[in-house]
Design a protein around this ligand. Structure first.
Ligand code: ADP
Ligand code: ASP
Ligand code: MG
Length: 450
């Protein structure tokens, strides 16, 4: 058996859906379990819809019209999603009436994207002669904690999921992104969480391979949307891929690899527009390439918080108090730096002005707090960096030469990455310059290694 996951970008139009159906049909003999994201940017639309219901506007037509158009283009039954539309209208109307939008309700509203896409793709497969069945992941045992918005799967769910999927007839087309809490409510696994769903379900079924079908040629040497020179990486290790995802490469959700690593299941990242290409193979074993480092990734719109607190007698005490406060606020950090009486940290993701204001308020009891917004964390990842300090020197020389100010420099103990902070508006210049440098160094690798 295999798992095939199709991201929103691969199923955004009827034409793209037809392409994905052919990809599934070609591998039908491998017994695929198909996992789907919502079509295109549907989840963003549902979030805006929910927020605007809170402001008193109950508008669901954008969702309904978009899906009806797909249904018409694919020549499917016009009534396919009628019940789902009624349910969506009711909840959006409810938010408008009660003027309240909890994380739990937001998860429920987001669920309509994947529930619609799985129904459309299952119907389209069946209509083209490949009998398929729509499956809600939350009905087949994908149980999670109740951390709405970024829920985590419970342990011991594999057997239930496998039993349920194996009892189905036809190709299962399963909702990505969604789970169910022990209170019986729909949860979501965090934005871009369908990759994680694919890995959880792949591990439960102990499949021979998990395929992540997306809109680029696999994992690349840089994000191709900011670096036109980016090239495909044919193979990489789980550890590299997980650093890459953690530091922002959207192509994989950060938690995706965990269940697959435990079962040593290879993951392939493939381009649904070019199914004949090899994509990227991610394996448990270390993978040295002939490059100096594999990829440059970035995470933008982050904030840097600085707390100056001379009253603390030790840095450990300050660090401990600040981190405890952040845990209380359900906020996480990416990297931190300390000095005798101050601590600086980069928050894990973009937060709204109100959320940042709350952090400042809550931390002001510790000392003087300041925030710098519009920061971007850049990370160079690759096993080739290990024990090769010359490359780090060359990277920072290049940044200096280009007058790009890099701060908060950090390297993991595994030495397979180096991360630093720049301004948002320097992303393109930084990624392109470092990409050219790494490509140039790779061509004369022997002389660079220490
Ligand atoms: P999907 O809809 O398939 O889930 P995503 O938009 O989540 O697709 O992820 C694919 C996108 O990830 C690409 O379009 C690309 O812009 C971005 N990306 C960022 N870093 C990388 C990288 N190193 N390699 C490949 N893609 C990357
Ligand atoms: N549809 C969800 C999102 O946009 C999950 C996913 O695409 O993987 O975040
Ligand atoms: Mg994605």
């Amino acid at each position: 058996m295999i798992v095939m996951k199709f991201g929103g970008s691969s199923i955004g139009t009827a034409e793209k859906i037809e392409r994905c159906i052919n990809i599934i049909a070609d591998q039908k003999s491998k017994n695929p379990a198909v996992i789907v994201s919502a079509h295109g940017k549907t989840t963003n639309g549902l979030i805006s819809m929910a927020e605007s219901a809170l402001e008193g506007n109950n508008e669901t037509n954008s969702f309904i019209d978009f899906h009806n158009q797909l249904i018409a283009d694919l020549k499917l039954d016009k009534q396919l999603l009628t019940t789902l539309y009624l349910e969506l209208n009711e909840i959006i109307h409810g938010v408008k009436l009660v003027k309240e939008l909890t994380y739990r309700t937001m998860d429920y509203i987001c669920s309509f994207g994947e529930r619609a896409s799985s129904a459309i793709i299952a119907a389209a497969l069946s209509a083209r002669g490949y009998p398929a069945v729509q499956v809600n992941s939350y009905d087949i045992g994908l149980l999670t904690d109740n951390h709405h918005g970024s829920a985590h799967p419970l342990s011991d769910i594999d057997e239930g999921i496998a039993k349920n999927i194996l009892s189905l007839t036809g190709i299962p087309v399963i909702t990505g992104f969604l789970g169910r809490s022990n209170e019986g409510k729909i949860t979501t696994l965090g934005r871009s969480g369908s990759d994680f769903s694919a890995s959880i379900i792949g591990a439960a079924l102990n499949v021979e391979e998990i395929q992540i079908w997306t809109d680029v040629d696999g994992v690349m040497t840089a994000d191709p949307s900011v670096c036109s020179e980016a090239a495909n990486l044919p193979v990489m290790s789980f550890q590299e891929a997980s650093e890459l995802a953690f530091y922002g490469a959207e192509v994989l959700h950060p938690a995706t690899l965990m269940p697959a690593v435990q079962k040593k299941i290879p993951i392939k990242v493939l381009n649904s527009a070019k199914p004949q290409e090899k994509g990227t193979l991610i394996l448990t074993t270390s993978q040295l390439s002939d490059r100096i480092a594999k990829s440059i990734v970035y995470k933008e719109n982050l904030s840097l918080i600085n707390i100056v607190a001379p009253q603390f007698r030790s840095t450990a005490q300050l660090l401990n108090t600040a981190l405890t406060k952040l845990i209380e606020l359900h906020k996480d950090i990416h990297i931190a730096a300390t000095s005798e009486s101050s601590i600086s940290f980069v928050l894990d993701k973009p937060y709204t002005d109100e959320q940042l204001e709350q952090i400042v308020q809550e931390c002001s009891a510790l000392g003087t707090v300041s925030i710098k917004k519009n920061k971007c964390l850049v990370c160079v990842v690759g096993e080739e960096l290990k024990g090769n300090p010359n490359v780090l020197g060359l990277i920072f020389n290049k940044l200096k030469e280009m007058q790009i100010k890099a701060t908060m420099v950090s390297q993991s103990a595994s030495e397979i990455n180096v991360a630093f902070l720049i301004e948002n508006d320097e992303i393109k210049r930084t990624v392109s310059a470092l990409h050219s440098l790494l490509t140039e160094l790779s061509t004369r690798k022997g002389s660079v290694h220490s």
